[in-house]
Design a protein around this ligand. Structure first.
Ligand SMILES: NC(=O)c1ccc[n+]([C@@H]2O[C@H](COP(=O)([O-])OP(=O)(O)OC[C@H]3O[C@@H](n4cnc5c(N)ncnc54)[C@H](O)[C@@H]3O)[C@@H](O)[C@H]2O)c1
Length: 345
């Protein structure tokens, strides 16, 4: 197929590009090489054709779509950034750019889309309370966090609750600007698919890690933060009590999920979690990385970030069942290798 890959100069895009080539596709990449994302200008992506342009520009989107069969849309501004101060930039890169792309696809008659969404659309998990049944805790209070009470209590009775993994039918509840813009992307994709009769897959990636991940910046996730500490020979600093659970999925498995999604052929939009289904407390990641690199053991700091969910855990059963995708890289193997692999500047 002739594929337009947006964001193909980025961390995940680079791996998706390699997977598309290995599968025999022709790939045109469009990427704005955003200076706040690429502090060091990246090498030109090894694609069949590269357009250096910003998808917020309708002319760039129209040119990029010429003779394309399918779009694989990775371009976005990721991470937490500077929150509300950067909301216009997030809404621009993630939502305006997606809207411009979708309108251009409607005009060009391109009817197939694979879209990179994120686990951040979920917010805090649902929980089971022995007294009140299924509950969804609201944001944790500053008083609780300051006192080191990190596990969310039952929002009704205040008692101890037990986590329920999310599935794709769980109501989204993004807790920060980035999450809100990723959910808005999904809504735009869904509206596009309905209106033009398109085939769209939104892949909700969990915490992606692997070679080429950017070094720590205002936009990085926890895997990059820990790995960056190790790069400097320092102990990773682990927030809260080290107990927040995340699902760390290897970037090559994410690229493989994009390939699997290319062949989805049901009209409308379908959402899938891209996760291992084996979440880990973040202390496990920090400890495995420092052990593999032989650097100082992690330090648990008790710090926290407002707006972080305590646990983000979701099941990958749907993508396994419907697209035949399964993760191939287990946590121990992937993290051990990642401890020594190159990062992006
Ligand atoms: N990294 C993760 O753990 C993770 C987790 C969940 C979802 N995702 C999603 O995966 C996708 C790829 O993320 P990544 O980690 O590779 O990010 P990245 O920052 O490494 O790459 C994104 C690329 O998109 C480009 N870009 C951004 N806005 C653009 C615009 N308006 N026009 C043209 N190019 C633009 C950037 O220059 C960059 O090269 C994103 O959609 C992100 O939301 C990432």
């Amino acid at each position: 197929m002739r594929v337009l890959l947006t964001g193909g100069a980025g961390f995940i895009g680079t791996h998706v590009l390699a997977a598309l080539h290995a599968d025999g596709h022709d790939v045109r990449v469009v990427d704005g090489l955003l200076p706040n994302v690429h502090r060091v200008p990246p090498p030109r992506p090894a694609c069949d054709e590269f357009i250096h342009g910003d998808l917020r520009d309708p002319e760039v989107a129209a040119a990029a779509l010429r003779d394309v069969d399918v779009v694989c849309h990775q371009a976005a501004l990721v991470g937490r950034g500077k929150e509300i101060l950067e909301a216009p930039e997030y809404a621009g890169c993630n939502d305006l750019a997606t809207a411009v792309l979708l309108a251009a696809m409607a005009r060009a008659g391109v009817r197939r889309l694979v879209h990179a969404s994120s686990v951040v659309v979920y917010g805090e998990n649902r929980y089971r309370c022995p007294r009140d049944g299924t509950v969804t805790p609201g944001p944790r209070s500053v008083a609780d966090l300051d006192a080191g009470r990190f596990e969310p209590p039952c929002p009704r009775c205040g008692g101890t609750i037990e986590l329920i993994p999310s599935d794709e039918d769980t109501a989204p509840d993004p807790r920060n600007v980035y999450g809100a813009t990723k959910l808005a992307q999904e809504h735009l994709v869904s509206a596009w698919a309905r209106e033009v009769g398109g085939i769209a897959v939104s892949l909700r990636y969990h915490n992606v890690y692997g070679p080429g991940m950017p070094l720590e910046s205002a936009y990085s996730g926890v895997a990059s933060t820990f790995r960056s500490a190790i790069e400097k020979g320092q102990a990773p600093r682990v927030f809260e009590d080290g107990g927040p659970r995340r699902d760390f999925v290897h970037v090559e498995d994410v690229a493989a999920a994009n390939l699997a999604a290319l062949h989805h052929d049901r009209r409308g939009m379908r959402v899938y979690n891209v996760a291992t289904g084996e979440p880990r407390p973040i202390i496990d990641l920090a400890a495995a990385l420092s052990a593999a690199a032989g650097t100082p053991a992690p330090v648990i700091t008790g710090e926290y970030r407002l707006g972080d969910a305590r646990h983000i855990v979701a099941t990958p059963e749907r993508i396994k069942r419907e697209l035949g995708w399964s993760p191939r890289t287990d946590f121990e193997t992937g993290v051990k290798a990642f401890a020594a692999q190159p990062m992006r500047g």
